[in-house]
Design a protein around this ligand. Structure first.
Ligand code: HEC
Ligand code: HEC
Length: 273
């Protein structure tokens, strides 16, 4: 049997578009969802707008290097928002500029796109918010607006978010430990700290307990759709839940402000706090 870690990066990159299409079909949240337009950075002009979009895409890919004062772990944005935020089932950014401002139950108010970006800075990157007027925020939002070109305001794209995967039976973290050793440890290391390109999954260098990825149904959904990298869709839902249970049973940074989440109710059933 070929292991995930035996795959070359070239093979992974070649197979990604096909997998993305398959997953888009599998994960579409609603029949009226807007088809995700294809966005190609090579088509960007060399004018002021094109330069700002490219800068935004670079910040999203190399977040730790570009904004060390705002990142508190070893992750960058595109470690989860795969393929420059263009992958169905990996919380794509294509379309987000058409979806915000929107009401969100977690904050109990209307969030702008800048607010939503900062949620991921504070939780997924366990770091600090960027001022809404910072040049880097301007670049990020301009990049997301470019990625969203063609999506009508207010419409949600197919493959948006990480649709929560409900378990059919209670997950088993012990089974997850064995499956992790078999399918994940080769890249993310037995201690979860990652090797080479593969980022950490737990510990101080990972996302904090307030992150979307720290919710078991979200993590299971992301894992099932996207991991092992290049082999998304090969684990069964039960295997993805067992692995998520094991990964999330490991220590990770706290997020004290979590006590203010869901002030008007509507907390999802898998929220661990
Ligand atoms: C640890 C994984 C992870 C990292 C790293 C991460 N995010 Fe996210 N992000 C998520 C998850 C999970 C969601 C929620 C998806 C859902 O709602 O189903 C999300 C949602 C979002 C959304 C809203 C998407 C939508 O459809 O409404 C935006 C915008 C976003 N992230 C931006 C960022 C930016 C910018 C960074 C880097 C500063 C970042 N994220 C880093 C996991 C991550
Ligand atoms: C072939 C190597 C490889 C294998 C095997 C693999 N991953 Fe990953 N994983 C990656 C890489 C590389 C990224 C970052 C992707 C990027 O930046 O484009 C990633 C990202 C992630 C992320 C989001 C970022 C983070 O650190 O939280 C999670 C969660 C994850 N993997 C879980 C798993 C799980 C669970 C398994 C086993 C089922 C697994 N991976 C197997 C390479 C791998």
């Amino acid at each position: 049997m070929r292991t995930a870690c035996g795959l070359s990066v070239a093979w992974v990159l070649l197979t990604l578009p096909a997998l993305a299409l398959e997953l888009e079909a599998a994960l579409s949240p609603a029949p009226e969802a807007f088809p995700m337009p294809e966005r190609v950075p090579d088509t960007l002009k060399d004018d002021a707008h094109g330069k700002l979009v490219r800068d935004g895409l670079d910040i999203l890919q190399r977040t730790r290097i570009r904004l060390p004062a705002h990142v508190g772990n070893r992750l960058s944005c595109t470690n989860c928002h795969l393929d420059l935020g263009r992958r169905a089932g990996a919380a794509p950014w294509v379309g987000v500029h058409a979806a915000y401002p929107q009401y969100r139950a977690r904050t109990g108010g209307v969030d702008t796109l800048e607010d939503r970006v900062n949620d991921c800075f504070e939780r997924s990157l366990n770091g600090r918010a960027l001022p809404a007027g910072a040049p880097e925020m301007k670049a990020i939002v301009t990049a997301m607006a470019w990625l969203s070109e063609g999506v009508p305001v207010g419409r949600l794209v197919k493959g948006r978010g990480v649709p929560p995967l409900k378990p059919a039976e209670p997950p088993d973290a012990n089974r997850g430990r064995r499956l992790y050793a078999q399918h994940c440890a080769c890249c993310h290391a037995p201690n979860g700290q990652g090797v080479g390109e593969a980022p950490p999954l737990w510990g101080n260098a990972s996302f904090n307990v307030g992150a979307g990825m720290a919710r078991p149904w979200t993590a299971a959904s992301f894992i099932r759709a996207n991991m092992p990298l290049g082999q998304g869709g090969t684990l069964t839902p039960r295997e993805a839940h067992d692995i998520a249970a094991w990964v999330l049973a490991q220590p990770r940074p706290d997020f004290p402000a979590k006590v203010k989440d869901w002030p008007q109710g509507g907390k999802p059933p898998d929220c661990p706090y």
